[in-house]
Design a protein around this ligand. Sequence first.
Ligand code: PHE
Length: 338
Amino acid sequence: MKEKIDRLKERALAAIADTHIVKALNELKVSFLGKNGEITGLLKGMKDVPPEEKPAIGKLVNGLRAEIEEAIANRERLLKEKETAARLESEAIDVTLPGKAVARGGLHPVELVKNQLIEAFLPFGFDVYEGPEVELDYYNFKQLNIPDDHPARDMQDTFYITDSILLRTQTSAGQIRWMEKEKPPIRILSPGRVYRSDYDATHSPMFHQMEGLVVDKGITLCDLKGVLEEVCKKVFDPGVKTRLRPSYFPFTEPSVEIDVSCSECGGKGCSLCKGTGWIEILGAGMVNRVVLENCGIDPDVYTGFAFGVGLERIAMLKYGIPDIRYLFDNDIRFLKQF
Ligand code: PHE
């Protein structure tokens, strides 16, 4: 019996020292100390031991059990430490590595200008309406008092799709759509893309305009001037001056061009303002009686003003952009500056 105990001890300690994962150690634990394990087997064999040897053998078996338990506990601690160390190493994050920068997007300068204008007009109670880009001749020209063969058509080189369908040349088309649908009082802004067959440093075949239309009882040219003066102060700077200059559009009467004082020279005259001290920013006027009548609005009761502003033009003036094509080249180095 004593020999058996010694052999088991040797075998058990060697097996324990040979385990490398906690799971294998647990299996050993069961096979030595479990209900059907070898130590339990030894204890069961005690009944065959002669009574005088029982105390000594019993002591040996209990001692062996304690020894195996301790060896297993020690090995378990060691293996767990090793497993933790290995896991920490494999999951380690090198906090000294440089991070990956996420590139931040931004709004296009034309979009910025559009938002600034809308924001400046909102306190006056304007709604925003966007009409279609593929438009009928009827809305783009005819209802705006520009019949077929009218010389004013030459002012806007038009992309025709059919005889009666075209790419809108002006957001003014939206005025008619709105007036046909809504009764006064009317206050709308209508931003969007427009198209003309034109291409050079200050003209692009596609560009953006924003139309404004106000129709109500008692609207005068003073309202037009007052509203636009306020907006120019907000969009350019509070000290900017504005002036109205006579002009011509078939759909407004009288028609004006609005100039702002040159931001570059403050009105003294420079190359930006071509020596005049003023820079033209938009076309406007009192809605022509004919246009109101065309839309079923009585011009003896209601009057209105309208304006149309080129967004690229404002962006170029505001940010000092010398060529309109920069706005459409999608060069990230240019666009990042706004
Ligand atoms: N539609 C005109 C243009 O494109 C601008 C304008 C709008 C003028 C409204 C007067 C009133 O040139």
